[in-house]
Design a protein around this ligand. Structure first.
Ligand SMILES: [Zn+2]
Length: 87
């Protein structure tokens, strides 16, 4: 149930920002056609919408705060990880 709620919000977050113009690129739409397909894909994947499992409370609430810094919105755990994934 909780997981379904989260994925619903994710879908909205990666949407078109009410611009109604970006088709599938979502958050990377701001780049237009620049920087190449692969980089834009990485931006979509590593954007603020993706959540990982928190090692402390085991919930899917771990979010990337900045490169290498991960925070859990549930229990407030802050940990250092890799730039694009927590471990
Ligand atoms: Zn946690």
């Amino acid at each position: 149930m909780a997981d379904r709620l989260i994925s619903g919000r994710e879908r909205h977050a990666s949407g078109s920002f009410d611009m109604g113009r970006t088709k599938k690129v979502g958050i990377a739409g701001r780049f237009g056609s620049r920087y190449g397909r692969k980089i834009r894909k990485t931006v979509i994947k590593t954007g603020s919408q993706k959540r990982f499992r928190c090692p402390s409370c085991m919930k899917l609430t771990l979010r990337r705060e900045s490169a290498g810094i991960w925070t859990c919105s549930k229990c407030g755990t802050k940990l250092a990880g890799k730039a694009y994934k927590p471990e």
